[in-house]
Design a protein around this ligand. Structure first.
Ligand code: PMP
Length: 446
């Protein structure tokens, strides 16, 4: 496969852009090689500037639930663009998108639109602090909520102690307001509340983590978190930026409500991004009228945005959600299951020990013998970030490279979920399956 044009563009980009990219994982740092520069994408396929075509299992890192360049979404964007790119005044479309969210997620009565997932979680936490009058935040190690200062925090030395900066440039004074605890560890959250009585404003969690690979919450974990927060007067912020409108019409929260062991809870605030914008910059937070009314201009918690509710972006979101019906979710789920199962079988056939974890149509692989490496998740996979890190991660780069060479675009990191779309038809899936024997051999030989 020829990557000459991408290599030339990467060299040019390195000159004028730090690391050559505008978001770090795109640089292929953990898998090596030249990132293909995208030229266009259609349905399940992505074409790079050298004319190579890939079955795309990144899907824009999640937004492209319907596949790339869905005609109805493109038409909605073109139509909105022709009417004006940005007004700085309210539009009917913003209300329509908020109504679509309120219809789908029962606990949400009001929605504030923003442009990125980072803004959504940052605002949700400011709102939780303004609402409760408390300062501290609890987050889970390995959960990613965007790059605002207080959420770029790494666990301190002991359980329930204040966190350390997770990036250069983040002041300790800010991360000292965050407590980082292991995921799926209810006792650690309890200990934080005991250690800091009346001081914790919110616990923030990914509805189901998929940013350390997929690590499902144990059955009843989210419900127990909701109960604990409610008993302690803290808010539960359920971050569905990645899972929202992807794992089902009401996100992973909605899927859990169908189950007796995991259902029967609700969060105080929900955050969305990715699918809600259909590939354009839209994100949102939502909750009860009572809590949301604390946001400006109604309440004292300030938040604003020149491009918030941008008419062209919102048009893509509305068109995407309008099309995301039961049939779309059934197609995404079925395609994801075929790819997940076939990949796992091919790895086993090649003698590569691994675990595959999924929440609905989101899935990822962890390499190694779980029993030997001490994974304690309910399905035999890792249950938290520490366990995810205990894996034979070096098997992924050669696997990834062989798949890319065979025309399959996987996430360029073992710690990311694979994203399937409703456009992944039999032909696209067959191409993925055909690439597996050689790629799994490469993983075995690593
Ligand atoms: N929360 C979660 C769960 C995410 O997966 C992400 C992005 N991957 C974010 C927040 C941040 O969203 P954005 O990149 O749009 O700022």
């Amino acid at each position: 496969m020829n990557h000459e044009a991408s290599a030339a563009l990467f060299a040019r980009s390195l000159d004028v852009t730090p690391g050559g990219v505008n978001s770090p994982v795109r640089a292929y740092g953990s898998v090596g090689g030249t990132p293909p520069f995208a030229a266009s994408a259609k349905g399940p396929y992505l074409t790079d500037v050298d004319g190579n075509e890939y079955v795309d299992l990144v899907s824009g890192w999640g937004p492209m639930l319907l596949g790339h360049a869905h005609p109805a979404v493109v038409a909605a964007v073109q139509d909105a663009a022709a009417r004006g790119l940005s007004f700085g005044a309210p539009t009917p479309a913003e209300t329509q998108l908020a109504e679509l969210v309120v219809e789908r997620i029962a606990p949400i009565e009001q929605v504030r639109l923003v442009s990125t997932g980072t803004e959504a979680t940052m605002t949700a936490l400011r709102l939780a602090r303004g609402y409760t009058g408390r300062d501290l935040i609890v987050k889970f190690a390995g959960c990613y909520h965007g790059h605002s200062d207080g959420l770029l925090a790494a666990a301190g030395s002991g359980l329930a102690t204040l966190a350390l900066p997770g990036s250069a440039g983040v002041p300790e004074a800010i991360t000292s307001q965050t407590i980082v605890v292991p995921f799926n560890d209810l006792e650690a959250v309890r200990a934080a509340f005991v250690e800091h009585p009346g001081e914790i404003a919110a616990v923030i969690t990914e509805a189901s983590p998929a940013n350390m690979g997929v690590v499902p919450p144990e059955p009843g974990f989210n419900r127990a978190l909701a109960e604990l927060c409610s008993a302690e007067g803290a808010l539960l912020v359920c971050d569905e930026v990645l899972t929202g409108f992807r794992t089902g019409p009401a996100g992973w929260w909605g899927e859990e409500q169908k189950s007796e062991t995991s259902g029967g809870w609700q969060a105080d605030l929900y955050t969305y991004g990715k699918v809600i914008g259909g590939g354009m910059p839209v994100a949102a937070l939502g909750g009860s009228r009572e809590i949301m009314s604390h946001l400006a201009p109604q309440g004292p918690v300030y938040q604003a945005g020149t491009l918030s509710g941008n008419p062209v972006a919102v048009a893509a979101g509305i068109a995407t959600l309008a099309l995301a019906d039961a049939d779309v979710y059934a197609r995404v789920d079925a395609a994801a299951e075929r790819i997940r199962t076939a990949t796992s079988e091919a790895l086993t056939a090649a003698g590569v020990a691994h675990s595959v974890q999924n929440v609905g149509n989101l899935f990822s692989f962890t390499f190694g013998d779980g029993a030997a490496l001490g994974w304690t998740g309910t399905g035999g996979g890792p249950r938290d970030e520490d366990e995810v890190k205990r894996q034979e991660a070096w098997r992924y780069p050669p696997f990834f490279a062989a798949m890319l060479d065979a025309g399959v675009n996987l996430p360029p990191s073992v710690f990311e979920a694979w994203f399937v779309s409703a456009a992944h038809d039999d032909a696209a899936i067959e191409r993925v399956l055909a690439a597996l024997p050689a790629a799994t051999r490469a993983a075995a030989d690593a």
